[in-house]
Design a protein around this ligand. Structure first.
Ligand code: UDP
Length: 372
C-alpha cells in the first residue's frame, strides 16, 4: 500500500517524524512518501533536519501575513496535483492545523483513505482554540482510521458516532519522538546547546516559557508578559528562558515588555534537540503549547498552562498540569507557589505520563497491517 504523510508546522513534524521512520522500516508492506505544505517554514525545517527527513513533495506555501482562507485554498489546490500523481491509499494527517483540515478535504475529494493521528481531542467549543477545534472536528468527519492518543479521546469520537472498529487508542506519538530524542541529546553537542550552556547557569533554578496561541494574541500576551516580568522581579535568583515564537503578534509584545529584564533570556525558537535539552534543565514550564504539556510529564516537569480551557484534560486530571489562564495575578501566584512549596512541587513532578509509552507508532502500523 502507498502512504502519503502530509504536514506543515513544527509540532506536526515532531509528532509525525517517528511515524515516517516506523512506516519506512515496514517497507515490505508499505511505500511511504512525505509531503510538506510548509505552513510554517523555518520551524518546520529545523525538525526535518534533526530527524533527517527529506520531503518527496514540498509545496512551500508559507506567505508573509498569510491568512487562513488563502492557505486553505492553496493547500487543497496544490495537493490535488500531488494526489493525482502519487495516488496514495492512505493519507496521514496530524492534529488540528489548517494543513490537517485542508489535506483531509483534498484527500476525500481524491478518494484516498484518511488516517488521523492524534484524533479525538475536543473542547466542544468551536471558537476555542480557534481555528484548531473546528479543524479537528472537520478532519474527524472525513477520517477513515482514527488514532486516538488516549481512552478519553476515543470516547469523544464515540460521542460523534464514529464506528468503534475504526478507532485505535495508541498513545501520543510525541512520546515516541521525545524518548528517541532524549537519548540522542545526551550525546549531542550542537551550536544551540553550546550557546544555551553559555547563557544558562546550572546554579540557578530555571523556568522555561513558550507561547504562540492565536487566542492569546493581543491582551493575552500582554498579561502573560506582565506576569513573567513580575515573577522575574520577585525572584531575582531564578532565571527565565523564553524561546520566542516567530509570529510577529507574539514577538512584538514579548520584546517590548520583557526585552530589558535582566534575568529573562529571550531567544529564537530552538531546534527540537536543544529544546528537549532545555526542558530537562528546567524546574518548571509555563506554556500555552499542546505538545509541551504532553512531553513534560515524561521528564518529571510540572507545567502551568496559560489557557482557560483544554482539549488535554488527562494531564490536568493526572496532576501534571495546572490550567492558570491568562490573568497576570493567577500566573504569578501559581508560579511562586510551585517555586516555594516543595511538597506541592514534588507531588506534581512525580506523576505518571497519561499520554503514552513511546510505542504509539508501532501500534499505528500494526493496526494498518491488519486492514484489508
Ligand atoms: N518546541 C521546539 N522548539 C521550541 C519550542 C517548542 O522544538 O523552541 C517543540 C516542543 O518540544 C513540542 C512542539 O515544539 O514538541 C510544540 O510546538 P508548539 O508549541 O508550537 O505547538 P502545539 O504543540 O501547541 O501545537
Amino acid at each position: 500500500k502507498k502512504n502519503l504523510l502530509v504536514f506543515g508546522t513544527r509540532p506536526e513534524a515532531i509528532k509525525m517524524a517517528p511515524l515516517v521512520k516506523e512506516l519506512q522500516k515496514n517497507h515490505q508492506d508499505f511505500e511511504t512518501k512525505v509531503c510538506v505544505t510548509a505552513q510554517h517554514r523555518e520551524m518546520l525545517d529545523q525538525v526535518l533536519d534533526f530527524f533527517e527527513i527529506v520531503p518527496d513533495y514540498d509545496l512551500d506555501l508559507m506567505k508573509p501575513n498569510q491568512n487562513l482562507h488563502q492557505l486553505t485554498a492553496d493547500i487543497i489546490t496544490e495537493l490535488k496535483t500531488v494526489l493525482e500523481e502519487y495516488q496514495p491509499h492512505y493519507v496521514f494527517v496530524h492534529g488540528d492545523t489548517t494543513t490537517t483540515m485542508a489535506t483531509a478535504i483534498a484527500s476525500f475529494y481524491s478518494g484516498a483513505k484518511v488516517c488521523h493521528i492524534e484524533a479525538g481531542l475536543r473542547t466542544w467549543n468551536k471558537n476555542s482554540p480557534f481555528p484548531e477545534e473546528m479543524n479537528r472536528q472537520i478532519t474527524g468527519r472525513i477520517t477513515d482510521y482514527h488514532f486516538a492518543p488516549t481512552q478519553q479521546s476515543k470516547e469523544n469520537l464515540l460521542l460523534e458516532n464514529i464506528k468503534e472498529s475504526n478507532i485505535n487508542v495508541t498513545g501520543n506519538t510525541v512520546i515516541d519522538a521525545l524518548l528517541e530524542s532524549s537519548e540522542r541529546v545526551k550525546h549531542l553537542e550542537n551550536e544551540e546547546i553550546t550557546h544555551l550552556k553559555s547563557i544558562v547557569s546550572t546554579q540557578k533554578e530555571l523556568i522555561l516559557v513558550t507561547g504562540h496561541r492565536r487566542e492569546n494574541h493581543g491582551q493575552g500576551f500582554v498579561n502573560i508578559c506582565s506576569a513573567l516580568k513580575e515573577i522575574a522581579n520577585k525572584k531575582p535568583e531564578v532565571q527565565i528562558v523564553y524561546p520566542v515564537h516567530l509570529n510577529p503578534k507574539v514577538k512584538g509584545p514579548v520584546n517590548e515588555i520583557l526585552g530589558a529584564v535582566s534575568n529573562i533570556h529571550l531567544i529564537d525558537p530552538l531546534g527540537y534537540p536543544a529544546f528537549v535539552w532545555l526542558m530537562n534543565q528546567s524546574k518548571l514550564i509555563i506554556t500555552d503549547s499542546g505538545g509541551v504539556q504532553e512531553e513534560a510529564p515524561s521528564l518529571g516537569k510540572p507545567v502551568l498552562v496559560m489557557r482557560n480551557n483544554t482539549e488535554r484534560p488527562e494531564a490536568v486530571e493526572a496532576g501534571t498540569v495546572i490550567l492558570v489562564g491568562t490573568e497576570t495575578s493567577k500566573i504569578v501566584e501559581e508560579t511562586l507557589s510551585l517555586l516555594e512549596n516543595k511538597e506541592r512541587y514534588k507531588e506534581m513532578s512525580g506523576k505518571h505520563n497519561p499520554y503514552g509509552d513511546g510505542k504509539a507508532c508501532a501500534r499505528i502500523v500494526a493496526f494498518l497491517k491488519d486492514q484489508k
